[in-house]
Ligand binder design. Structure first.
Ligand code: CMX
Length: 487
């Protein structure tokens, strides 16, 4: 029996859920059959079926979107496969493939100056248009998942359905708790998080169905089930790690009345509506950043070998744990706290300037500044700053973070190395988490990871739905490049 998560409700909910899953499977198969028979108004026919025993679901919605995109991709490859969309220079081959257009991600797109758009919507639009918790002002993460997966804005009911579904799938099995308990508490939380995700792999439905010989056309279906099961459990895994590592192994049961993000905040142990609102916003903002960043690309790459969602996400989380990527959020706070300790509180402009130069001159980066693609202040930074201005009031660390916003960009410009001197998402998240009492910086990247899972796992479902190939780019040796340069 599971012993953590929504235990009491889970057994009954699980049984009901399994019945609906079977119905959904029948449902989805019908939709696919209709599509392949070229019957146009699938949704219309489907809504008639729904009036009977069938219940509308996210899976059905996704299935109804599949056909046209599959057709488009087929046409792109078959009729325009030779059209060139990118060139690669020697500098790009050595320089982390910056700017090389060589992969497809449907869920979001990043403009260097405007920032991220999720299925065409920018961050202010998402904050306005996605459904909120009762009385809340920030968007619910369930909504961004719906949007990334289907390309459509959800209504309140769509979001509530996802909350309910994730709640029903959220219990952690005993064997996972045993593995987490066996990991030393001083192991970095990201190592624990990645291990927890990987441990669940034994229950992968995709792996099981693959072994049974499922058709390629249906890969997305068990992948969808794995993704839903995994996303449902992430807040409980993360909170378990937090309470085990920092709060004497005293755990907080899930609150069945709360949404995914609100319940995450509750299980971590920070009460109050403001922190729940922060969590919801945070989990939306960090969810997706197109396909080339390390966590997204790693998840996609590993998945391209038909590794299941557990293998793929665990690998993606290992990439997120690097200090140049997601770990930068803990590095920012550590750096800011060190400077405040060294300089005795809130420093003046001159002291801050000197501290920044000292950091650079000692060969380190200024964490939270710069970006591989962005060439402006990250709109995710702006959204978090907006939240801070609304809610934080007098806060010394926020004062320092704000002062750095004025001081760091001209310094990086003067140094002349960084292509983008502006702050990224990680420059602001720590001060917010710390303000509400999450004082353990090492945990910050786990919040990022739970959020990033929403985006990269939505993409993984699309990867399997579109039959994207195993990745195998060509590498060359420096000797080969030297030969080419000889002409
Ligand atoms: N401080 C000091 N130097 C910086 C810098 C910063 N914040 N940002 C970039 N540079 C340096 C690079 O280290 C590089 O130096 P070398 O030529 O000596 O190698 C040079 O400027 C050029 O780098 P770039 O092309 O502008 O940036 P990259 O695409 O190579 O790297 C990033 C992007 C984010 C890794 C880099 O800006 C950085 O290290 N920033 C600090 C760490 C950070 O905040 N990471 C989080 C990014 C967001 C996320 O993924 O979560």
């Amino acid at each position: 029996m599971p012993r953590f998560g929504f235990n009491k409700n889970t057994v009954l909910a699980g049984k009901i859920f399994n019945i609906f899953n079977i119905l959904n499977l029948i449902d989805t198969t019908i939709i696919q059959m209709l599509y392949f028979l070229s019957i146009e108004s699938i949704e219309g026919i489907f809504s008639n079926l729904k009036g009977g025993i069938f219940m509308a679901s996210l899976k059905e919605k996704f299935a109804s979107k599949l056909g046209p995109v599959r057709d488009q991709v087929r046409t792109h490859i078959k009729e325009h496969g030779d059209v060139k969309i990118s060139d690669v220079t020697v500098a790009q081959a050595y320089g982390g493939m910056r700017g090389v257009k060589c992969m497809v991600t449907e869920t979001s797109a990043l403009d260097p100056f405007e920032g991220i758009r999720f299925r065409g919507y920018n961050i202010p639009q998402l904050r306005e248009k996605l459904p909120k918790a009762p009385g809340g002002k920030e968007p619910l993460p369930e909504g961004i998942f719906y949007l990334l997966l289907t390309g459509e804005l959800p209504n309140e009911e769509d979001v509530q359905d996802i909350t309910n579904e994730w709640r029903a799938r959220s219990a952690l099995p005993d064997y996972l708790i045993d593995v987490l308990n066996a990991i030393p508490n001083d192991t970095h939380p990201m190592t624990q998080f990645s291990t927890g995700i990987l441990t669940l792999q034994k229950d992968s439905i995709f792996s099981q169905k693959y072994r049974e010989g499922i058709s390629k056309m249906e890969y997305w279906d068990p992948m969808f089930e794995d993704v839903m099961n995994l996303l449902a459990k992430l807040p409980a895994i993360a909170s378990y790690i937090y309470r085990k590592s920092y709060k004497n192994n005293e755990h907080i049961p899930a609150d069945p009345n709360l949404d995914w993000g609100g319940n995450f905040a509750h299980m971590v142990g920070i009460e109050g509506e403001e922190f729940k609102e922060l969590m919801r916003l945070y989990l939306v903002l960090h969810s997706d950043h197109e396909g080339g960043n390390v966590s997204a690309h790693t998840t996609h790459l590993v998945g391209s070998a038909l590794s299941d969602a557990y293998y793929s996400l665990s690998a993606g989380m290992n990439g997120l744990a690097g200090p140049l990527h997601g770990l930068a959020n803990q590095e920012v706070l550590r750096w800011v706290m060190n400077l405040m300790e060294e300089l005795g509180g809130v420093p003046d402009k001159e002291q801050l300037t000197k501290y920044c130069w000292d950091t650079l001159n000692s060969g380190q980066v200024i964490p939270g500044y710069g970006h591989a693609v962005l060439r402006q202040t990250d709109p995710r930074y702006v959204a978090q700053r907006d939240f801070a201005l609304k809610h934080l009031g007098e806060d010394d660390i926020f004062t320092v973070v704000s002062a750095l916003y004025d001081i760091v960009p001209p310094i990086l410009e003067e140094q002349g190395k960084a292509k983008n001197p502006w702050p990224n998402v990680d420059a602001h998240s720590g001060v917010l988490l710390l303000h509400y009492g999450v004082t353990e910086y090492d945990f910050y990247t786990v919040f990022f990871g739970a959020s990033r899972a929403i985006g990269v796992l939505s993409s993984l479902i699309w990867d399997r739905a579109l039959g994207l190939a195993i990745e195998r780019p060509k590498s060359v040796t420096s000797e080969w490049i030297a030969e080419q340069l000889k002409g």
